[in-house]
Unconditional design. Sequence first.
Length: 235
Amino acid sequence: MKLLLTSSGIDNPELEQAFSDLTNNRTDLNVALIPTASDPIDWIKSELPIYDVIPKINEDRLEKNLAWQETWKKSYEDRGFNVTIVDLKQDPDWIKEELSKADIIDVCGGDGNWLREWAKVSKLDTYLKELIERGIVYTASSAGSCLAVPDFGLGWWTPEWKEDHTGLGLVDFCVAVHQREGDERTSEHKIIENREKMRKIINFPWKVYLLKDGQAVKVDGDKIEHIGPGEKRVV
């Protein structure tokens, strides 16, 4: 398996080199971009008792998001890649066909709960691991990185939350993205505190890589590396 799980994208030379290593320095490859997490979502109060809030796409911000997707696509095309945008809101059979043809799957950041829900609706959660085990490179940022781990609820989930916090389990560890000391939500102390709270409620045996912006976890077969500038911490 080959994965590059970043906090803020491939935004420095060390991560660019890691991407090149995983793709054998080739650009004549098929890339599938999954932009679904970046949808401009507003969470509004639900009238249904089974949900506290429900997501709704903000139409006023949609055009700007679609323009960004084209910019993201062009950034690959300018380097010689063949690129297809694969929104998880499209037909599930088409999605599976396109992802099966890819050499690289890149999943952007955004709303992790929205992404997880569409991974379920599109049935991506039933076959993505098989694709990655077959040799497709998985690269992601923020919410896309969290989708790959066993549980992405660290930092926000409590039993009162009805949203799913389980990831797809492509790897056997968790990540805390955008980690920053001095931040009351993402400091190492707070992450450890949240993990211990979760362990009192559910089975949470995984170690957690603290990913500052600019950092990533690179997985190449059995080799796992915490890369990028700054101090590297795993708890």
